[in-house]
Design a protein around this ligand. Structure first.
Ligand code: CA
Length: 229
């Protein structure tokens, strides 16, 4: 899941980025309204966290612009203001939820999860993903294959989640990078191949049939091993 944090205070932005990254999200930070608009026009986000007090424009205007430009992802607005009028203005501008600073990070995280679940109920309300004999629990962050627990790092978990949300679909390195890493990812590097290989060692190597397959010239696909059985 990819989140754009729009916050001009570097310290606050880094705090959010660190906390969200540790919770398994890929996070980009925009420091102004215009830069948020440009991030959203060039990448796809699953959620936007938007500070209302930005240096170049009000977060309310930014929310309006993002909606006008076709952003469908939920917007969680952050503000130091707490009057009802501001709240209504924020929600009217296209925000889905609203938090007043200071807030507890745990509460922010709970709202992020709630908004992401609301976003695509068919997929997100399921707390588990299944493919073949693989089972992924998104709430407990546990993975089992053939009833055997497999311990994954945060990145490996995100990578497998992306595969399991797109089974039988060849996934290019660019789209994997976009969904699992942030924009600072160096697409020339072989990081994706390294991570896919680490994931394979855990979910494929100990088992007879392989699930992650290389698609030459494209990337990788999660599918049943046709040569088995
Ligand atoms: Ca601010």
């Amino acid at each position: 899941m990819r989140i754009l944090v729009v916050e001009d205070q570097a310290k606050m932005a880094q705090f959010l980025k660190k906390g969200l990254t540790e919770s398994g999200y890929s996070v980009d930070v925009a420091e102004s309204g215009l830069s948020a608009e440009s991030y959203c026009s060039s990448s796809e986000y699953d959620l936007v966290i938007l500070d209302i007090g930005l240096p170049d424009q009000s977060g309310i205007d930014t929310a309006r612009h993002l909606r006008r430009d076709g952003l469908n992802a939920p917007i969680l607005m952050l503000t130091a203001l707490s009057s009802t009028k501001d709240k209504i203005l924020g929600l009217d501008s296209g925000a889905d939820d609203y938090m007043t600073k200071p807030y507890a990070f745990e509460e922010l995280l709970a709202r992020v999860r709630a908004l992401l679940r609301r976003q695509s109920p068919s997929q997100m309300s399921n707390t588990k993903l299944f493919f073949s004999d693989l089972e992924m629990d998104l709430v407990l962050r546990k993975v089992h294959r053939a009833q055997k627990e497999i311990v994954l790092t945060l990145k490996e978990f995100s990578l497998l989640e992306y595969f399991m949300r797109n089974p039988n679909r060849p996934l290019g390195r660019t789209s994997i990078a976009e969904h699992v890493w942030d924009v600072h990812f160096d697409s020339e590097s072989n990081v994706i191949d390294v991570y896919v290989n680490m994931l394979r060692k855990k979910i494929d190597t100990p088992f007879e049939s392989k699930l992650i397959h290389t698609v030459i010239g494209v990337g990788y696909v999660l599918k049943q091993d046709e040569s088995a059985n």
